[in-house]
Design a protein around this ligand. Structure first.
Ligand code: AMP
Length: 210
């Protein structure tokens, strides 16, 4: 199955991507994680993306389209994949179409803006492996330490409150039109984000069935 997870930053796409990844045994691909890894390794692409990312703006389409083309060509994508954070603009969605990628389902996780800012303040990521946590909803077993690799948990620079507002504005202007794009194709399903992650996961998995 080839899936796209849509939703505002902080809506819980990454967490739901992990849930589907385990349930269907297909890779979850996050362009945000790929860019952060490139940045940590100091590659040219990472450095090019840094200023956009830090400011809460989108990285240029040609850069992310290149990343996705390369990633989808890998063997583990043969039986399907979950795209988390891609596409984020209409030209990116058109590029997927142009690549001949047929998407089966697009799940849009809806969370009101007022709740997003509060959620983002509790978000933490592992400096080493990128696993994500939340102080309230998905706390690590030991404070400040990654369950998966013992790495240090940090707050992403672009999760700072003032940048979150910019990211939400970018989402509404550039990414939200994708709902209409995929609704017209008849493959969009809306999931209302719930207080409990497990409740959202149950709705997400159900949305894959119908
Ligand atoms: P995320 O981890 O998905 O919230 O992505 C973090 C940041 O990476 C975004 O705010 C953008 O600066 C950049 N980014 C990730 N995916 C994309 C994309 N599909 N298009 C443009 N920029 C992206």
């Amino acid at each position: 199955m080839k899936l796209i997870l849509l939703g505002a930053p902080g809506a819980g796409k990454g967490t739901q991507a992990e849930v589907i990844c385990k349930a269907l045994n297909i890779p979850a691909i996050s362009t945000g994680n790929i860019i952060r890894e490139a940045l940590a390794q100091g590659t040219e692409m990472g450095l090019k993306a840094k200023s956009f990312m830090d400011a809460g703006q989108l990285v240029p389409d040609d850069v992310v389209i290149g990343i996705i083309k390369e990633r989808l060509a890998k063997d583990d994508c043969a039986n399907g994949f979950i795209l988390d954070g891609f596409p984020r603009t209409i030209p990116q969605a058109e590029a997927l179409d142009a690549m001949g990628v047929i998407i089966d389902r697009v799940i849009d996780i809806e969370v009101p803006d007022e709740k997003i800012a509060a959620r983002m303040s509790g978000r933490r990521v592992c400096k080493d492996c990128g696993s994500s946590y939340h102080l309230e909803y998905k706390a690590p077993k030991a404070e400040g330490i990654c369950d998966a690799c013992d790495g240090e948990l940090i707050q992403r620079k672009d999760d700072a409150p003032e940048t979150v507002l910019d990211r939400l504005a970018v989402y509404h202007k550039q990414t939200e039109p994708l709902k209409d794009f995929y609704s017209k194709k008849g493959i969009l399903r809306i999931v209302e984000g719930q207080e409990e992650i497990a409740d959202t996961s149950a709705l997400t998995l159900k949305a894959l069935e119908d």
